[in-house]
Design a protein around this ligand. Sequence first.
Ligand SMILES: [Zn+2]
Length: 260
Amino acid sequence: MVTIQLHGTTRQITINAMIDSGATEDFIDKVFCSKYNIRTTQAKTIREVYLADGRPSAMGPITHTAKVPMDIGSHRELAIFQVAKLPNHEVILGIPWLKQHSPRIDWGQGKITFESERCTTWCLKESLTVYAIPEDEAREENLKVEFGVAQSKKDQRVKVKKLDPQAKIPTRGSTQAAGHDLYANASKMILARGQEVVQTGISITPLRGSYSRIAPRSGIAVKHLVAVNAGVIDSDYTGEIKVVHSTWATKTITSKTEIE
Ligand SMILES: [Zn+2]
């Protein structure tokens, strides 16, 4: 397989493509296109894809094509793919692509050289040769790319829910702040040298596989000698977030106005 770079409408994607002289078309996976914002356009005619024995393929009828700039090493082209359901691959470079560029492929050494007149005139920026990677390695890399994107999209936000309409949603002091500031939902006296549970009126859903932690702010710790006890929120805890405050101060302080 060979590493390609596709230039989608919003970002560039590096993925490994299958070079397959048994494929009648150049294919790109439908789900892959929508995931990476690769624009597809409705084909003028709907085409069925047939298997060698004449049965229609499970890739489904081709209703869309995708025109996308593609780099392979220093070889650049505007590739046209048939959008299909590909169960095991993201991109398949088939007969049309092979015919168009006529690369010299050394299967033994995994070397692909673009030396046709078309390529040297139109496609190449510098080097003629790219190196193929073994299929299992390439597949694994592709899975990492796909999995990585899914993870970052779905899971990288902590969800906050107001349990009380008066509750204040946590805020971030600055873009570089390590965490969010929590707010007390009601005033509570913390007796001198005492401990009190302060309600926030919110619940959160932390990231999967991680936990959230309530930490004291240094300003509060210094000014009021207030500490936060406990403070670990497991990812399966869905109840109200409560902060266990204690103070070493010899005076009584109020959570709402003085420490929030
Ligand atoms: Zn070419």
